[in-house]
Design a protein. Structure first.
Length: 96
């Protein structure tokens, strides 16, 4: 797994703005995700997970290693894990 960050901890591509939408209703699930370290990570995961069918909102907490996903129906954990993996991170399970 590679990181977009430089050795000093700064983001090698700058820290682009992130967008998250608050969803009304739906199923909210919190996942533990490994490999996040900066704003670029947050933006990437917000974009990749948010593009999945049925996803209403995504909130990424880099410091806590958590991604909160709200879906219109029951979440598809396998599909979410695949999207996270393709983005270069690792979904390690649902967070307690």
């Amino acid at each position: 797994m590679s990181s977009c960050c430089t050795p000093d901890g700064s983001c090698s591509t700058g820290a682009p703005e992130t967008t998250t939408a608050r969803a009304a209703g739906g199923h909210t699930t919190v996942y533990a995700v490994a490999g996040m370290s900066c704003g670029h990570c947050e933006t990437t995961l917000t974009r990749e997970i948010g593009a999945l069918d049925g996803v209403l909102s995504v909130e990424v907490d880099v410091a806590a290693g958590r991604v909160t996903v709200t879906t219109g129906g029951a979440p598809d954990d396998a599909r979410l894990a695949e999207a996270v993996d393709e983005a270069g991170y690792q979904l390690t399970g649902r967070a307690a």
